[in-house]
Design a protein around this ligand. Structure first.
Ligand SMILES: [Zn+2]
Length: 290
């Protein structure tokens, strides 16, 4: 496959076009490990993971990029995110029967795709695209044209066990000749999903662009890593009325906050909750991970 668990930029000499290619294998396995997703959900989440890893190559600050696909059918939400450190995670929310072999848009009737860019400091930015076209790749292409006026070509492939993607985009500069973009995008349009999943990056580059002056940058590694923590769980509890939390404690003896991405469980007892709501107090004790 394209180099597993790496993202790698493509440099086109003298062209105002950027490229990036990504491959996820162990990352997919780690993301899906704690969940018993149907094959079709794993396949689509794989594409979403490939997509966020590609898009993260454009993050210019510390933060994360979140891709959500929402629908009105049995699949309500598919979500994948990637941080500036290339830490990714994903989740699916669904119930009932999930049609096998359904396309992206069939899985998410009357759906939409929401792309959120969330800097650690500063305002988040959100763009919404209605689900048109059959694939996530087509949705993302129309998103870039409509919201940023940047001609973009996106390829995504996933077999549920591994995923890969390639993105080509006109740089927001004045110079690009339309002819350059037409030539490069035409060459890339011949890429098949099977090739994207099977060829290593160097071979892929040669297969598509051997007549162009282009090369690969040093790769960045991509990995599954959940950003949940005891501190974040405590912060979310602080949004709830103390009285309500005490009632839960009364009944269950402890409050368990479960992370739906990685299944980590953070338990809070009465002392923790009292400390959380006392002035300046915090139940967060980094050494006490449950
Ligand atoms: Zn987690």
């Amino acid at each position: 496959m394209s180099n597993p668990d790496q993202i790698q930029r493509i440099l086109f000499d003298e062209l105002d076009i950027r490229g990036v290619v990504s491959g996820l294998q162990q990352t997919c396995a780690d993301c899906f490990e704690k969940h018993n997703y149907p094959a079709v959900i794993q396949q689509v989440l794989g594409e979403m993971l490939a997509a966020v890893s590609l898009l993260s190559s454009n993050l210019k600050f510390e933060g994360r990029l979140i891709l959500q696909a929402q629908g009105q059918g049995n699949v309500r939400l598919l979500m994948a995110e990637c941080t500036h450190k290339r830490d990714v995670r994903a989740i699916a929310r669904y119930d009932g029967d999930i049609p096998q072999n359904a396309s992206f848009t069939e899985l998410l009737p009357q759906g939409q795709v929401v792309l959120t860019v969330e800097p650690e400091k500063g305002h988040r930015y959100q763009g919404v695209v209605p689900l048109t076209g059959d694939t996530l790749a087509k949705c993302l292409e129309s998103y870039f044209i409509s919201s940023e006026q940047l001609p973009t070509q996106v390829h995504l492939a996933s077999d549920g066990e591994r995923a890969a993607g390639m993105l080509l985009q006109v740089l927001p500069a004045d110079g690009t000749g339309e002819e350059d973009w037409e030539r490069i995008s035409h060459l890339a349009s011949t890429l098949k999903s099977s090739e994207l999943l099977q060829l290593d990056n160097q071979t892929l580059l040669y297969r598509l662009f051997h007549e162009e002056n282009c090369r690969l940058y040093e790769p960045d590694s991509v990995q599954f890593r959940c950003t949940c923590s005891r501190e974040r769980s405590a912060a979310s509890l602080k949004m709830v009325e103390k009285k309500e939390l005490l009632e839960v404690l009364e009944e269950h003896g402890a409050i368990n906050v479960n992370c739906q991405f990685c299944n980590a469980d953070y338990a809070f007892d009465r002392t923790d909750i009292e400390a959380l709501f006392s002035e300046g107090g915090s139940a967060a004790n980094p050494d006490q991970l449950h």
